[in-house]
Design a binder for this molecule. Structure first.
Ligand code: DGY
Length: 330
């Protein structure tokens, strides 16, 4: 009998066919997230689930699915899944790293450029017929090239953003709990500093820390107060890493000069004040959303799912101890 799997969102035909070759697939065809109750009901008898960051898979969902072996998230971040409970229950959790690194870094840089050079304001200015004459001081922005870029979290995506910064002749600072290898620092031309130094010396601060208990509100009022009044904050990581209320206050008081945000604390809700600031560029969590990358993410998640339900070790298991425990002879 084929193992049963649940796919929570509409999925390309080739991926469905690939999974369907080895599994009995229950796939949500409606263009809306399944509710928690629907997930619980439909997980009955499933060995695997292919899910997205809008699907909260917590311990009570997992406990209702005793045959579950693998949770394959279609994202690099997996803060929507209670990994500790999954590990306790012997369920593997997988993500989709690498394939979205450059696409996400491109978008972080796009936000940085758009905010610095006031691209969205400029677009609106032209579209709404406000452009009556060329002016020397029209929509003055701030220079990106040869400025200082502070990267909080020099992982895969942070490093890819650093490479882009190098191309713009930027000085690269980074902070994170553990210093990177000297080789990595050399390749990226990145200097390790403590977070306070990074915040006070950078013209652009780009956040690339995963969301965990320790990184919730990593950037709050105290951190924002350390930034230069001319500095711009970019967040393509997870909304709750930045305290949105503190960010609004910092923007209101001119403590910082602007922000480029792809992620928010209560998605899809955006703090009502944020939409009022002309110096804030907003996007609906699309940093990895190129056609090519979203397809690759699906392919990688499907490979993880298939390996997990078929008794193998998925290539991108994040709680490897479960895979190791499962593969030990009884
Ligand atoms: C991720 O992969 O974690 C992104 O935020 C969604 O694509």
């Amino acid at each position: 009998m084929k193992p049963k799997v649940l796919i929570t969102r509409p999925t390309p035909q080739n991926i469905l066919a690939r999974v369907g070759a080895g599994c009995e697939v229950d796939s949500n065809q409606e263009d809306r997230p399944l509710t928690r109750d629907e997930i619980m009901t439909r997980l009955d008898g499933c060995a695997g689930i292919l899910c997205h960051l809008t699907d909260r898979i917590d311990s009570s969902v997992m406990e209702r699915a005793p045959s579950l072996k693998v949770i394959a998230n279609v994202a690099v971040g997996y803060d929507n899944i209670d990994v500790a409970s999954a590990t306790r229950l012997g369920i593997m959790v997988t993500n989709t790293p690498d394939v979205l690194t450059d696409t996400t870094a491109d978008f972080a840089f796009a936000l940085l450029l758009a905010t610095a050079r006031r691209l969205v304001e400029a677009d609106q200015f032209v579209r709404t017929g406000q452009w009556k004459e060329w002016r020397f001081d029209l929509l003055l922005g701030t220079d990106v090239h040869h400025s200082t870029l502070g990267i909080i979290g020099l992982g895969r995506i942070g490093s890819a953003v650093a490479r882009r910064g190098r191309g713009f002749g930027m000085k690269i600072l980074y902070s994170m709990p553990q210093r990177a290898d000297v080789e990595v620092e050399r390749e990226l031309g990145a200097t390790y500093v403590d977070q306070a130094t990074l915040l006070s010396e950078s013209d652009f601060v780009s956040v690339h820390a995963p969301l965990k208990a320790e990184t919730r509100h990593l950037i709050g009022a105290r951190e924002l107060a350390l930034m230069k009044p001319s500095a711009i904050l970019i967040n393509t990581a997870r909304g709750p890493v930045v305290d949105e209320t503190a960010l609004v206050e910092a923007l209101q008081s001119g403590r910082i000069a602007g922000a480029g945000l792809d992620v928010f604390e209560q998605e899809p809700r955006v703090h009502p004040e944020l939409v009022e600031f002309p110096n804030v560029v907003l996007a609906p969590h699309i940093a990895s959303a190129s056609r090519q990358t979203r397809l690759r993410m699906m392919e990688v998640a499907a490979e993880n799912l298939i390996a997990g339900v078929c008794g193998g070790v998925p290539p991108n298991v994040v709680n490897r101890e479960v895979a190791e425990r499962n593969s030990k002879p009884a």
